[in-house]
Design a protein around this ligand. Structure first.
Ligand code: C5P
Length: 289
């Protein structure tokens, strides 16, 4: 028995960290969007037990430290169904540790894939609940589309879809650690917050430009040293005619929305000369389950 599923990357149209919670996590208010850029996940089931994982990125762990392997283990454990041997092959394209929930999307794809393959018929709510056991972004990655994420990032409300547009995503050559970015926020008074309500209003009216000028991520305020390269990439994207640009997640990837494909393509070709992990894609606003 086998199945092929996609693991679509996400972007944050806005990201606000409201406050630190007693659990150590942070209360978030985030507008999410899914893009066509994805990893391919192949899952096969045979007799036996355990999870076998392989990916085309040699530096990724393939044992239980990989969230995709964890997802398979959680699925069998939580449902209390007899274990099978799960072989997962992931062809990765989505940059790792880049603010695009690549790992969370892989885990969500495994949950969706196993649900289909085993005919377990779990509702989207139950799949999201299982996702919540794996990480804050996994519930969103189960359902995808344009959505507002609150709480730890795991309370999801579907929103009116972002109008179709062209998107350039560019990952600078440094990485940041998500917990470090949250610690930096804790040490600072957040000076600027995104106009989340304005984005929700613009989405409800289907106004791409009004969303694009409001793209904002509070983590951009705590970038330092060479991380400020994020601003240079944003400026380049805006110079090429983007309607708006922002960093996504805890960074460092930058993205920009365009209404004209030729402008997006020109920006993509320019940035690709310097940054290997540059992508030209589109949004994918419909729900995944
Ligand atoms: O939930 P997840 O394992 O993806 O979170 C990774 C890290 O990001 C957490 O250990 C925590 O440091 C931070 N985080 C947070 N508040 C959130 C989500 C994540 O502080 N809402």
């Amino acid at each position: 028995m086998q199945i092929d599923v996609y693991a679509w990357a996400k972007l944050n149209l806005s990201l606000d960290v409201v406050k630190k919670l007693p659990t150590g996590y942070h209360d978030m208010r985030v507008v999410m969007e899914t893009v066509e850029l994805h990893d391919d996940v192949h899952i096969s089931l045979t007799e036996g037990r355990g999870v076998l994982l392989e990916t085309n990125f040699p530096y990724l762990p393939v044992d239980e430290r990989n969230i995709a392997a964890k997802a398979a283990a959680v699925f069998f454990k939580e449902l209390g169904i007899p274990e099978r041997r799960v072989a997962i092959r992931i062809h990765k394209r989505v940059p790792v540790a880049a603010g695009m929930a690549g790992g969370s999307a892989n885990a969500a794809a495994v949950l969706r894939g196993l649900n289909t393959l085993l005919g377990t018929g779990l509702s989207r709510e139950r799949l999201m609940e299982l996702g919540g056991l794996l990480g804050s972004d996994v519930p969103y990655c189960v359902v995808g589309g344009t959505a507002l994420a609150t709480g730890r990032g795991d309370e999801i409300r579907a929103l009116d879809p972002l109008p179709s547009c062209h998107i350039v995503i560019c990952k600078p050559q440094f990485s940041v650690r998500t917990p470090d970015m949250f610690s930096r926020i804790d040490c600072l008074k957040v000076r600027h917050r995104p106009d989340t309500e304005g984005i929700l209003r613009a989405l409800s009216k289907g106004q791409l430009g009004e969303v694009a000028i409001r793209l904002y991520n509070v983590f951009e305020d705590v970038l330092n040293g060479k991380e400020r390269e994020v601003s240079l990439i944003k400026s380049a994207l805006l110079d090429f005619g983007a309607l708006g640009a922002s960093m996504t997640g805890s960074g460092p990837s930058v993205f920009a929305l365009f209404d004209k494909e030729e402008l997006a393509k020109a920006a993509y070709l320019h940035l690709k000369q310097t940054y290997q992990e540059t992508f030209l894609t589109k949004n994918r606003s419909e729900s995944l389950v």
